[in-house]
Design a protein around this ligand. Structure first.
Ligand SMILES: Cc1cc2nc3c(=O)[nH]c(=O)nc-3n(C[C@H](O)[C@H](O)[C@H](O)COP(=O)(O)OP(=O)(O)OC[C@H]3O[C@@H](n4cnc5c(N)ncnc54)[C@H](O)[C@@H]3O)c2cc1C
Ligand SMILES: NC(=O)c1ccc[n+]([C@@H]2O[C@H](COP(=O)([O-])OP(=O)(O)OC[C@H]3O[C@@H](n4cnc5c(N)ncnc54)[C@H](OP(=O)(O)O)[C@@H]3O)[C@@H](O)[C@H]2O)c1
Length: 443
């Protein structure tokens, strides 16, 4: 019997488990699946942890999410085709839920069956080698340190790529008298009330961490971008300036000559794709981009078609794209989809990579990832979902952000699965200080 290892039970690993479960429900004979998760529970980044640094076993904490984190895109754009928000919550809910609500939704889909039986929790995969047609997987039980080995026909890497921070160095950091941290370790904006905060970066973490600090009472927030400013209309107390040059004592000096007193520097400088458990010739090397090279259909490792990567792309689309990837991967593993010859693979990867390299603005990037996801969707029996509506929603959302970065989360969108329209949330995001599920759902 074919044997499959799934590494990680964040949204991608759970999509993979769900894909097999759905095939089994239809009476198909599925492979033997063993899933490894180094945390004590499933959900990946959505399974919030207060911890930073190492966990109780000395293992780096993968969590990068923080208190008061809300969805940064409309929930309708990530909705599962086989499990709508209406089905889970029993009624339409607003479009931008806080983390706890999305976590509840992700977990709701997989909790009904016996999928947990397939998962070894608190178990970290430490080594993967390919040897005479099999993968040898070594894993460690973190609670007792015991190391075991097993052989598999396929390995699915769903370990995420927003857990290992990229930490650059700037002149003067050594002698800066305040705190220097990465957004990976950011947990609660309340900590920075009345402080002068410097945020470095110009992507989603920089945007949201800066806004959180402003919302929860920072004295000032100065964002230093490197290449392109985000350019939003920032609220009072916030500004965006060009590239940090150096720190001199408590002073941050930027290349556009701005000088700002600083209590804390938050590096929102992104993450590394990091696979210390994979043999070198199996390891994906890429930055955070929409089409990492060497992945056929964004999923199958070019040099070994029995190695599958899920969710390694930079992400507009998330949960339903992960599902399309998982359903496709399942059908490859179960022999329902044939992988073409090497030159076809090379041609297909080059086509997508060269299109990606020409993308110039968010609308084009949304189109690119929508086309990619649609192509995958057509290759499996993943249920019907309106990707054209999702494309339209993403573009509208981008424009809402440009109109007003403080109000875009107050908007309402329609479901690509059920067609129902979300209600407007009872409290505008900028004044909603309590992000609990109870308050959000008005229970
Ligand atoms: C701060 C932040 C906010 C975000 N907000 C949103 C949002 O609002 N909306 C959205 O759609 N997306 C958001 N994302 C994107 C997020 O990456 C995806 O939603 C999703 O979590 C990706 O799922 P994943 O399964 O690929 O990875 P993860 O969620 O990272 O899960 C990977 C899992 O693999 C496990 N693992 C790793 N290594 C090993 C190993 N060696 N052995 C065993 N297990 C291992 C980890 O413990 C983890 O459980 C956000 C990301 C970040 C960092
Ligand atoms: N729900 C939410 O509200 C929320 C909040 C935070 C994050 N997220 C998600 O988290 C994921 C990761 O986002 P991210 O912003 O952490 O990573 P990211 O999108 O990969 O962006 C990394 C940023 O770091 C900057 N950078 C890298 N090196 C730098 C340096 N030396 N100096 C200054 N800037 C530097 C890059 O700037 P250049 O462009 O100049 O290279 C880029 O702006 C995304 O999927 C996002 O959606 C969601």
């Amino acid at each position: 019997m074919t044997k499959v290892a799934i590494i990680g039970t964040g949204p991608c690993g759970l999509s993979m488990l769900r894909a097999f479960e759905q095939a089994e429900k239809k009476g198909e004979k599925i492979p033997e699946v063993i899933c490894f998760e180094k945390q004590e529970d499933w959900g990946g980044l959505w399974n919030y942890s207060w911890r930073t640094g190492s966990d109780q076993y000395g293992d780096p904490v993968p969590n990068s999410m923080y208190r008061y984190l809300w969805s940064n895109g409309p929930k309708e754009c990530l909705e599962f085709a086989d499990y709508s928000f209406d089905e889970h919550f029993g009624k339409p809910i607003p479009s931008f839920p806080p983390r706890e609500v999305l976590y509840n939704y992700i977990i709701g889909r997989v909790s009904k069956g016996n999928l947990k039986d397939k998962i070894k929790f608190n178990t970290k995969v430490t080594n993967v080698f390919y040897n005479s047609d099999k993968f040898e997987v070594s894993y460690q039980n973190k609670t007792n340190g015991e190391i075991s080995k097993d052989n598999f026909d396929y390995v699915v890497v769903s370990t995420g790529h927003f857990s290992v921070p990229f930490i650059p160095q700037y002149k003067g950091m050594d002698s800066f008298p305040g705190r220097i941290m990465h957004s990976h370790d950011f947990r609660d904006a309340e900590e920075f009330r009345d402080k002068n905060v410097i945020v470095l970066g110009s992507s989603y973490s920089a945007e949201d961490v800066a806004l959180q600090c402003n919302k929860y009472g920072a004295k000032s927030v100065t964002i230093g971008y490197r290449h392109n400013p985000m350019g939003f209309k920032w609220p009072k107390g916030m500004k965006e300036v060009y590239y940090l040059d150096r720190l001199e004592g408590k002073k941050a000096i930027f290349k556009d000559k701005t000088e700002q007193e600083a209590d804390v520097i938050i590096l929102c400088t992104g993450y590394l794709h990091h696979f210390p458990f994979l043999d070198e010739n199996l390891s994906l090397r890429t930055g955070n981009r929409l089409y990492p090279p060497k992945l056929y259909k964004g999923v199958v490792w070019q040099d070994n078609h029995k190695l599958i990567y899920l969710g390694m792309q930079d992400q507009f689309h998330t949960f339903n794209m992960f599902d399309c990837q998982a359903w496709y991967a399942r059908d490859v593993i179960m022999g329902k989809i044939q992988i073409p010859n090497d030159s076809e693979i090379e041609k297909d990867i080059s086509k997508w990579v060269s299109m990606e390299e020409k993308l110039e603005n968010p609308d084009q990037m949304i189109d690119f990832q929508t086309e990619y996801t649609k192509e995958l969707h057509e290759m499996s029996n993943y249920p019907k979902i309106d990707f054209e509506l999702i494309r339209k929603h993403f573009k509208e959302w981008e424009h809402h952000k440009v109109e007003d970065i403080l109000t875009y989360r107050n908007k309402a969108f329609s479901s690509p699965v059920t067609g129902s329209v979300a209600p407007v949330h009872h409290t505008p995001w900028a004044s909603a200080m309590d992000d609990s599920m109870k308050t959000f759902l008005n229970k």
